[in-house]
Design a protein around this ligand. Structure first.
Ligand SMILES: Nc1ncnc2c1ncn2[C@@H]1O[C@H](COP(=O)(O)OP(=O)(O)OP(=O)(O)O)[C@@H](O)[C@H]1O
Length: 261
């Protein structure tokens, strides 16, 4: 959403409209998200936030207009491993049979492909992602038996397993207690500033959005409001000390977040 020639377009939304049957939800939306932006998407219930995210990740098709990811139209985009998507929280049946490790591993594969055998390299990626989210001790637990905050970290680990360049989060802190929320926000702020990740996050937490992304939205469309922060000065295109590896995420976070979270 900001200028600067060295910052690639990560998401480009051009004149996009969407309706469910007769009901128009999004109309004539134009937004661009640049590399290393943190975009907070705010809007009242039913404003179309989830609908927009679903169009961005190719689960819904706009009636009109065009959405591109990394410069490629969504319909032709193939590098889904570059995108981590955490959908709105679902209540888990406590009897759901998958373990934490299996849920995290499923982030390695496309939308439909199921895995049968896990290679060493894949297992090691899952371990790194679980370590990064401090859930390695939960690896063999059933996902349905975890608390809401723990489940949320599992879904983040799943979204992070491919070391994505873009993380899309749909109300990630709903149903999580205040302390866990605070630690979660601390962690994603760290990831934004140190790990070269672009964020698009739907949130109802106005206080956090305003404190990190600024008081005023950079763009509005209908009931949707976009708050944006870039992680560094636009003219400073090269930062050599960014941590890129998932393995380093937990190490590089300060003590507060790694121990309380
Ligand atoms: N599958 C569907 N069929 C028909 N209408 C739908 C469908 N999904 C969503 N809607 C409607 O479209 C509108 C936008 O829904 P959406 O879920 O995108 O809103 P939202 O901004 O994410 O809301 P919330 O904050 O409640 O999650 C709502 O009025 C919703 O009822």
């Amino acid at each position: 959403m900001q200028g600067g020639s060295c910052h690639r377009d990560i998401i480009t939304i051009e004149d996009v409209s969407f309706s469910y049957e007769q009901k128009q939800v999004i109309s004539g939306l134009n937004v661009s998200v640049k590399e290393r932006d943190f975009v907070g998407l705010i809007g009242s219930n039913g404003a179309g936030k989830t609908t927009l995210l679903k169009m961005i990740v190719g689960l819904l098709k706009p009636d009109q207009g065009k959405i591109s990811l990394f410069g490629e139209p969504v319909s032709r985009f193939k590098h889904w491993e570059r995108i981590g998507y955490v959908p709105q929280k679902n209540a888990f049946n406590p009897l759901f049979p998958a373990t934490v490790r299996e849920v995290v591993l499923s982030g390695l594969y496309g939308r439909s492909k199921l895995f049968s055998r896990v290679t060493k390299a894949e297992a090691s990626k899952a371990e790194d992602a679980m370590l990064a989210m401090s859930i390695e001790d939960l690896a063999d637990k059933r996902i349905g038996q975890l608390s809401g905050g723990q489940q949320q970290r599992v879904f983040l680990a799943k979204a992070l397993i491919n070391n994505p360049a873009l993380l899309i989060l749909d109300e990630p802190t709903v149903g999580i207690d205040a302390e866990t929320q605070e630690n979660f926000f601390h962690m994603i702020r760290h990831m934004h500033q140190r790990h070269n990740i672009t964020f698009l996050m739907v949130s109802h937490d106005m206080e956090w959005v305003r404190s990190y992304l600024g008081q005023e939205p950079i763009q509005m469309n209908g009931k949707l409001r976009f708050y944006v922060k870039h992680s560094h000065e636009l003219e400073n295109c090269v930062e050599n000390d960014l941590t890129h590896s998932l393995k380093d995420l937990r190490k590089s976070m300060d003590r507060r977040a790694s121990f309380v979270f």
